[in-house]
Ligand binder design. Structure first.
Ligand SMILES: NC(=O)c1ccc[n+]([C@@H]2O[C@H](COP(=O)([O-])OP(=O)(O)OC[C@H]3O[C@@H](n4cnc5c(N)ncnc54)[C@H](O)[C@@H]3O)[C@@H](O)[C@H]2O)c1
Length: 334
């Protein structure tokens, strides 16, 4: 079976490619390398350095693939209110290109990697799949809008489709030089450099962190099970709902770092309390949290220590640069 993966040089896409290749699948992958790394690309796959917005190329490279897993995206949720054009182009528009190519190639199954940003800020926790989506960022809107069009096009063309909703995935290979997202990786990189982590607001925002291996187990089930057509499924744990302050403490504890975080202004439109129910994933995909938060952080520390701490790379242009824009990005202070 031939699987087409977008964003294959990134964190999630590369882990998925490795697992599929181990299981005997043929993998074709694309990535424009805006956030991907060469060392993540499994040499046993057919790789194309290409932007997903190039519809003609997507059509060509996807030929004879039966399954499409679409992960390519620029996903800095909090930053998207400052660069809505670029971020939505790489979230919604690129999905339209991959989706159109998939329909033109008559693929059997389309799996979309959405985000918990689709839910926005809900009055009740944990977030469940049937809740009305009220995203509060351009990234969240673009993810949710993508889901709607995937439903339309896949239903019309009889393509089996599933929407996956991962949240705060972490683990080895996560980009730790990206100053716009991946809070745990940023903190580990900072502390390994001997610098205090920066926390937005009072640090009492709370999240659950999903270990990448546990997410991949679920994705494999979706690839192998044809009875999940039209399902939307949260992927990740609903245990260990932790504040950003406590996350920093846990990392500092692992690194034996003398913690004294730097607190800065709240980030506009940041959702305070967000956690997703894993009930549906448990029921449909046999989801089980095998890796605790602490174990997951230890794995990340090992990976980042091996590669060495690095400077942050401010790769995105700030489209709307004003008083709302955090100094951490404007003045490159992370
Ligand atoms: N990591 C998380 O915590 C998390 C949480 C929720 C949802 N997601 C979603 O999971 C998917 C994968 O996330 P990730 O953490 O692996 O991110 P990542 O940045 O590590 O990987 C994304 C990859 O997509 C590539 N890419 C971006 N735009 C592209 C384009 N136009 N054409 C081709 N390649 C492009 C990047 O170079 C990168 O390698 C994304 O869709 C993201 O929105 C991730």
């Amino acid at each position: 079976m031939k699987v087409f993966i977008t964003g294959v040089a990134g964190f999630l896409g590369s882990h998925l490619a490795d697992r599929l290749i181990d299981l005997g699948y043929e993998v074709v992958g694309v990535d424009n390398m805006v956030g991907g790394f060469k060392e993540n690309i499994n040499p046993k796959m057919k790789f194309y350095k290409e932007d997903c917005n190039n519809l003609e190329k997507m059509k060509e490279y996807m030929k004879d693939c039966e399954i499409v897993f679409h992960a390519a995206c620029t996903a800095p949720d909090g930053f998207s209110v400052f660069s809505p054009f670029y971020i939505t182009q790489n979230t919604f528009q690129n999905t339209m290109s991959v989706l159109s190519a998939a329909a033109q190639n008559n693929v059997k199954k389309f799996i979309y990697c959405s985000s918990m940003a689709r839910y926005g800020s809900q009055p009740n926790l944990p977030y469940t799949e049937e809740m009305e989506c009220i995203p509060v960022t351009p990234y969240g809107v673009a993810k949710y809008a993508s889901e709607q069009v995937i439903k339309q096009i896949c239903e019309l063309n009889h393509i089996n489709y599933t929407i996956l909703v991962p949240h705060n995935i972490m683990g080895p290979r996560q980009n730790y030089t990206d100053p716009y997202r991946n809070v745990a990786a940023i903190m580990i990189n900072k502390m390994l450099k001997g610098e205090q982590p920066i926390i937005y607001g009072d640090g009492e925002q709370k999240r659950c962190f999903s270990f990448v291996g546990d997410c991949i187990n679920c994705i494999i089930k979706v690839i192998e099970n044809d009875n999940l057509n039209g399902e939307i499924i949260n992927i990740g744990p609903d245990e260990e709902f932790v504040s950003i302050n406590d996350l920093a403490k846990e990392i500092a504890n692992i690194l034996e770092f003398d913690l004294n975080p730097i607190y800065v202004k709240d980030r506009p439109n940041e959702v305070k309390l967000a956690t997703c129910s894993s009930d549906k994933a448990r029921k449909l995909l046999g989801y089980k949290t095998k890796t605790t938060l602490r174990k997951g952080l230890q794995e990340m520390v090992k990976d980042i220590k091996k590669k060495g701490p690095k400077d942050f790379e401010y790769n995105y242009v700030i489209e709307i640069n004003n008083d709302n824009t955090p100094d951490t990005w404007k003045k490159e202070l992370i």
